[in-house]
Design a protein around this ligand. Structure first.
Ligand SMILES: Cc1cc2nc3c(=O)[nH]c(=O)nc-3n(C[C@H](O)[C@H](O)[C@H](O)COP(=O)(O)OP(=O)(O)OC[C@H]3O[C@@H](n4cnc5c(N)ncnc54)[C@H](O)[C@@H]3O)c2cc1C
Length: 461
């Protein structure tokens, strides 16, 4: 088979790359290759009633049309400083207009009109209050689609594309083909080769190990990235309301006193639930909230970013190792009451039941996270919980639940041009997998950016 552009992965980055190509270069032959299923066929067995994960060969939560976006909380973070690193590649004005452009496309496909985090006076007051406790508050406007509505939006995008670009579902790309310093296409799992003028890699976070192997094989330059390891915190929703009332996703940064490490809140889910995530045989924890369904709790991640000492250079493996350790000790995700952790004892089902926070993740194993998390990470998390308690009293309660571990494997970072081209001509890398983004809006924007670069080479704007 031959095409003009082959896109690997139909997550937000791949979908937006395809939409932009279609819009700017009429008649271009674009092929999207996706190893998962179409959105209507995607169903996590746990959603259908399975008591626990059955380890599907391709995780239904992160693979298929919409990628990890399909089951995501659908919070579109419209601040250029959150959710990715596109500011490394384009100036602030270009980036903001790119984010607005992408946001408009989401709206055209069904995202709601309401924006959170627009009350300047309240935001300024929160910023000042946080600063007193050594917390930096990063304001951002958020459009909340919600997990339930997110799939509808992605389905609308598929309907707009199908028939105009070719999509191969349940088809995995095994090799990136390049010759003489130029991309030539891809080889599929069945051995078939697809020749293409341009290749856009949009393979997401869950395939970061595959991508890393490929880029090493192709001798592309990898830049160093930290790895983010931490826990998901669950509290009664009113506890976090002083923050979530003002902004849907309160983004707070803290530098730990003992280790000088950066700790941040991530993916806050007001009235949401804690969920498991399956990555290549390893369980990690995540969270989401629905637009039309509420629990009594709010959850958020506290992540510690560390850069490793020389000569170690395998942050992905390190993160996997810590997650595997939690699985090894707890048979999956571990949950612990903060009070138990501070008293140096494990949580048990009885102790969890005595607590005032009812876990929204029912099959987490009560255990002891101090056996899993390195001292460096644990002490930084405890410091941040204390600081947060000053602006949201109750966060540092003994009843607060900690689930572990949450690991963010965005550790791969490729050397890319301003148009997101790799050192191999006509080979582009976008989205979370390339270390360019960490969320829906910037992943989508990165797809647009690469496609605009390609459109430019066809002499089009
Ligand atoms: C539970 C959860 C909640 C989240 N909530 C939010 C949120 O509220 N707001 C937010 O901004 N972000 C959120 N995110 C993150 C967001 O989903 C991602 O940032 C975004 O989906 C990244 O898009 P992407 O296209 O780069 O990668 P992905 O969405 O990961 O898509 C990559 C696609 O490529 C396919 N693929 C991989 N390798 C191959 C291969 N070799 N061959 C063929 N296909 C391949 C995969 O199957 C996948 O479908 C959440 C993520 C999760 C898991």
């Amino acid at each position: 088979m031959r095409c003009d552009v082959v896109i690997v992965g139909a997550g937000p980055a791949g979908i937006f790359a395809a939409m932009e190509l279609l819009h700017s270069v009429p008649g271009l032959k674009v092929l999207l290759v996706e190893k998962g299923k179409d959105i209507d066929e995607r169903q996590c067995p746990m959603e259908a009633g399975a008591p626990s994960c059955v380890s599907c060969p391709e995780c239904e939560l992160v693979s298929g049309w919409g990628g990890a976006g399909a089951y995501s909380d659908g919070k579109l973070t419209l601040s250029p400083r959150i959710g990715g690193f596109l500011s490394r590649y384009v100036d602030d004005t270009t980036l903001q207009s790119l984010l607005d452009y992408v946001d408009n496309i989401y709206r055209r496909h069904g995202a709601p009109g309401e924006l959170h985090g627009v009350n300047e006076a309240e935001i300024e007051a929160l910023k000042r209050r946080a600063a007193v406790y050594e917390l930096s508050f990063v304001p951002s406007r958020i459009r909340h689609i919600g997990t339930d509505r997110c799939r509808k939006v992605l389905r609308n995008m598929r309907d707009a594309l199908i028939g105009k670009v070719e999509v191969l579902f349940s088809t995995e790309v095994l090799r990136i083909l390049a010759e003489g310093g130029q991309a030539r296409g891809v080889r599929l799992h069945n051995g078939e080769e697809i020749a293409a003028e341009y290749v856009i890699l949009a393979s997401g976070r869950a395939s970061s190990q595959w991508l890393e192997n490929e880029v090493r094989r192709l001798h592309l330059t990898l830049l160093k990235n930290p790895v983010d390891i931490g826990v998901r915190v669950e509290v009664p929703a009113p506890v976090l309301e002083p923050l979530t009332r003002i902004t849907y996703e309160p983004k707070l940064l803290f530098t730990s006193k003992r280790f000088d490490d950066r700790v941040r809140t991530f993916c806050v889910n007001p009235y949401g639930e804690v969920v498991r995530e399956h990555l290549k045989g390893v369980w990690t924890v995540n969270g989401h909230s629905y637009a039309e369904k509420r629990t009594d709790n709010t959850n958020f991640a506290l992540l510690v970013s560390t850069t490793f000492t020389e000569p170690f250079d395998e942050p992905v493996s390190y993160g996997m190792y810590i997650a595997r350790l939690a699985n090894f000790l707890g048979g999956g995700v571990i949950v612990q009451r903060l009070g138990d952790l501070l008293q140096g004892r494990r949580s048990t089902p009885e102790r969890i039941a005595k607590g005032t926070v009812e876990p929204t993740m029912k099959d987490a194993t009560p255990g002891d996270l101090s056996f899993v998390l390195p001292y460096r990470h644990l002490s930084s998390i405890l410091e941040m919980l204390e600081a947060l308690d000053a602006i949201a009293p109750g966060v540092n309660s003994r009843h607060t639940l900690l689930y572990g571990v949450e690991v963010k494997f965005y550790s791969l970072q490729l050397l890319l041009t301003g148009g997101l081209e790799t050192e191999i001509r006509n080979l582009f890398a976008v989205g979370d997998g390339a270390g360019v983004s960490r969320g829906l809006i910037q992943a989508s924007a990165s797809g647009v950016l690469a496609s605009r670069e390609i459109a430019g080479r066809y002499g089009l704007p």
